[in-house]
Design a protein around this ligand. Sequence first.
Ligand SMILES: C[S@@+](CC[C@H](N)C(=O)[O-])C[C@H]1O[C@@H](n2cnc3c(N)ncnc32)[C@H](O)[C@@H]1O
Length: 226
Amino acid sequence: METVRAHFEQEAPVYDGTILKLIPGYRQMISAVVDALPFGPQDEFSLVDLGCGTGSLTRAILSRFPEARVTALDFSAAMIGEARENLKNERIRFVHRDFSKWTWDQPYDAVVSSLALHHLITDEDKKHFYAQCFRHLKPGGMFCNADIVLANTDMLQKAFMGKWKSFMMQSVDADEIEGQWMVKYRTEDVPARMDDHLIWLKEAGFKYLDIIWKYYNFAVYCALKT
Ligand SMILES: C[S@@+](CC[C@H](N)C(=O)[O-])C[C@H]1O[C@@H](n2cnc3c(N)ncnc32)[C@H](O)[C@@H]1O
């Protein structure tokens, strides 16, 4: 966790440009989360953005739902600092905290995240975290996550990695991909299989699960607390 945090402390000033070169469909993933939220444009609702980073998802949500009240949480001071600069909006409460240790402070209408929850390390951490999300959602509340996932077979996983690298090769050179981003992926990221996420969400009590967007090893999935 400390390595991950240190990485984002360093990365923060250039993060917004870098992420577009590394993640295929980054903007589509953010839009898909916004599209999944079961609210009208003028509804007032409470939402937490876990691992908010520089604030792209929070910004997109507030632009569609200006009456939402957002808790934007991240454990990197530099990333939160960028988000504060980018989003000067009194409807946002910034929380500088580790989401795996956070004491949830209120029930929420929505829990969202983008490209952050794969930092939860073990399957048990992930299951426990989904149970926490379920417990702290109001009835009718939605969980939605945009993230990196694993394929179900080694063969498909190899194909997914090839597709991901081909995307990065459009703007990043091969040495940087292998020497920097693949090293980071292997040492800091702990994605799980899409199937397992759906099982764990169901075990936590969620209903009406859906994968609303997918491109090889990137997915946006959501689930309702009825
Ligand atoms: C790849 S960035 C994604 C940022 C933003 N959600 C986006 O879509 O651009 C991952 C973010 O999650 C944060 N993060 C990772 N693990 C965390 C944890 N355990 N608690 C809080 N924040 C965490 C990092 O500091 C970083 O800002």
